[in-house]
Design a protein around this ligand. Structure first.
Ligand code: BTN
Length: 266
């Protein structure tokens, strides 16, 4: 798999030399954080064929069976304060949508904040983790992790995910070239990382135009509370602006947001 990814990667992309491939690992994000803490450089890429402890947002697990998906983490070392990276997950979502489109012809939508969807189902998730240096309060590293369902058919998902998850091959009706897609993702993330601190406005404009949550009825779940409203906009820092049914507007930046009509939410 590593050689196949490298053979698809543009020679201009300098991250090929820092590509680590694992047939099976606990979690590429967990390993990437350990490698970053040990000094691994900016642009270190980890790709696994399977994960035994794949992690998602809000402490959830991310199912990562062998031969089925792309499980990738990248170590970034932007020289900045953590508040300058509030849009990182959004920038990664835009980059990965572009890579999926270029490599497969499929155009996923973005369900706020970190899911890629096709139709009403989740096809990919993004988990961004930051470490801040206590000495200067600057970011010491960021790890961006992406999991994409590529080859699963409906029966391959456990019953509880069958109505909410899909794969690129299910959507395309044909097999997906995983090494080609992995290479396109590495190139797109490299490109994104070069413009991360200078191009926030255009990245966020692209995020909004791909965000299927906007204009929809949503419910916001936080601390055992569920509130209903309409998603109006995404702010420059990635927060979702919601108009609640009692009339007030709020920028939501944490918790789970269900979108009416998606993932079985009616
Ligand atoms: C989510 O759906 O909430 C995010 C899922 C992120 C999964 C990817 S797979 C590669 C990387 N390693 C992990 O443990 N998680 C991310």
């Amino acid at each position: 798999m590593k050689e196949q990814i490298l053979s698809c990667l543009s020679p201009q992309c300098p991250w090929g030399d820092k590509l680590h491939y694992f047939p099976c690992i606990d979690s590429t994000n967990t390993r990437a954080k350990a490698m970053a803490a040990g000094g691994a450089p900016h642009g270190t890429v980890l790709v696994a064929d399977s994960q035994t402890a794949g992690r998602g947002r809000l402490g959830r697990s991310f199912l990562s069976p062998a031969g089925s998906g792309i499980y990738m983490s990248v170590i970034l070392r932007p020289q900045c304060r953590p508040d300058q990276l509030m849009h990182l997950t959004c920038a990664v979502a835009v980059a990965v949508c572009g890579a999926v489109s270029a490599a497969t012809g499929l155009q996923p939508g973005i369900k706020w904040i970190n899911d890629l969807v096709i139709g009403k189902r989740k096809v990919a998730g993004i988990l961004t983790e930051l470490s801040v240096s206590p000495s200067d309060a600057l970011v010491s590293y960021a790890v961006v992790g992406i999991g994409i369902n590529c080859a699963q058919q409906a029966a391959d998902f456990p019953p509880e995910l069958r109505n909410t998850a899909t794969s690129l091959s299910q959507a395309a009706g044909k097999p997906i070239d995983r090494p080609r897609l992995a290479a396109a993702m590495i190139e797109a993330l490299w490109d994104m990382s070069q413009n991360l601190l200078t191009d926030r406005a255009s990245m966020m404009a692209r995020y909004r135009s791909g965000c299927v949550t906007l204009g929809k009825a949503v419910s916001v779940h936080r601390f055992d509370q569920v509130r209903h409203g309409t998603a109006l906009d995404v702010a420059e820092d990635g927060a979702l602006l919601v108009q609640f049914s009692d009339g007030h507007q709020e920028a939501v930046s944490a918790g789970e947001v269900s979108v009416r009509g998606m993932y079985g939410y009616v």
